[in-house]
Design a protein around this ligand. Structure first.
Ligand code: NAD
Length: 355
């Protein structure tokens, strides 16, 4: 049986994971397929129970699973611990490292009925924003050697090799094939040697995907184009550091972190919302479960080949938003906002309706 490791974590994690699991239950019923769900502890939750943020038991659960579905970690309760013992570094970063993640996939959508909460002007986003950043995660300047610091200088090495670029490029082209078939590769090939190789290899890989249109863009221009005309992008393929910046810039466009899912590919794939544990609203049943529900859709598509089911979940989410239902983070009038559990129920009901 297909096995999912479920790590709800801290803050709003357990609340929003619960809603996503309701959606999974409907999928199981409709598809007549059962997933084995194994729950594990991570982050502050694990520190409280086991004294460490990534216990052996959790590692084992993750390594034996076909995919990992995570809420979020961290919170003020654990902020005074030494860095390696904290939920974020000792828990989530250690898990990511253990999984040898090489790609981070972040879809960004500005829903038509939510244009007013985007920080961009309506006329800029009227054409719709529906893009995915595919960020290389395992290489580049964050890991290149030599690196170091002394009293007089600090230095890092930005390095990319052919194999690494080929792998991430193929990931991006495959994703583009299931979308609008456009890849924009973002680099700094006018200045950086590592980017010159990046551009050359991406262009070579593109030949394997003749149905996908490839263009190249310098990262400074891409940063500008994202706020001037975001509708031009479908799949943005980029390096570790450029992706770090570009994906956060694009994350600002929809207007709430509560809408943004993510996936990371590695030895095992990890699915989690782009936002954190939101301790300011935890335990109040007000968090937006959509990011977690869309992360579930990504898991069904990328780990279990259920693209059609993923599209159905995305459609149910969009229809519920179009009908005017809002959690507090996306509501014009917070008085009329629905709770986390109500939003989950509405999406489930809609999913059943449109199945
Ligand atoms: P955050 O993403 O948790 O919150 C930022 C803001 O966005 C807050 O106002 C929060 O209420 C809001 N928000 C986030 N998700 C939301 C949702 N689903 N619905 C409604 N509103 C939502 O970032 P932060 O405040 O910088 O960090 C809080 C804690 O989370 C820290 O301990 C941090 O280390 C941790 N963190 C964890 C992850 C992760 O687990 N992947 C990522 C980022 C931060």
């Amino acid at each position: 049986m297909t096995k999912i490791a479920i790590l709800p974590g801290d803050g709003i994690g357990p609340e929003v994971v619960r809603e996503a699991l309701k959606v999974l239950e409907i999928v199981e019923k409709k598809m007549e397929k059962k997933f084995e769900k194994v729950f594990g502890y991570i982050g502050g939750d694990a520190i409280d129970k086991f004294g460490e943020p990534l216990p052996e038991e959790t590692k084992k659960i993750c390594l034996e699973a076909d995919a990992i579905f995570l809420g979020s970690v961290g919170g003020p309760k654990w902020d005074d611990l030494p860095p390696q013992k904290r939920p974020e570094i000792g828990g989530l970063l250690a898990l990511r490292k253990m999984l040898n993640l090489y790609a981070n996939i972040r879809p960004i959508r500005v829903y038509k009925s939510l244009v007013t909460i985007s920080p961009l002007k309506e006329e800029v986003i009227r054409d719709g924003v529906d893009l995915v950043t595919v960020r290389e995660l395992s290489y580049g300047v964050y890991y290149g050697e030599p690196r170091g610091i002394d009293e007089e200088k600090g230095f890092d090495t930005m390095i990319y090799d052919r194999k690494t670029v080929e792998r991430i490029a193929r990931t991006a082209f495959k994703i583009a094939r299931s979308r609008r078939k456009k890849v924009t590769s973002v680099d700094k090939a006018n200045v950086l040697y590592s980017s010159m190789l990046w551009r050359k290899v991406v262009s070579e890989v593109a030949v394997e995907y003749p149905d996908v249109e490839l263009s190249h863009m310098y990262v400074d221009n891409a940063a500008m184009q994202l706020v001037l005309k975001p509708s031009q992008f479908d799949v943005i393929l980029t390096t570790n550091m450029f992706g770090d910046i570009i994906s956060d810039e694009s994350a600002a466009l929809p207007g709430s972190l509560g809408l943004l899912p993510s996936a990371s590919f590695g030895d095992k794939n990890l699915y989690e919302p782009a936002g954190g544990s939101a301790p300011d609203i935890a335990g109040k049943n007000v968090a937006n479960p959509i990011a977690q529900i869309l992360s579930l859709a990504m898991m069904l598509e990328y780990s279990f080949g259920m693209a059609e089911v993923a599209r159905k979940i995305e459609r149910a989410v969009e229809m519920v938003i179009d009908e005017g239902y809002r959690t507090k983070d996306i509501a014009d009038d917070p008085e009329k906002a629905v709770s986390t559990s109500r939003m989950g129920d509405l999406i489930c009901r809609k999913l059943e309706e449109i199945w």
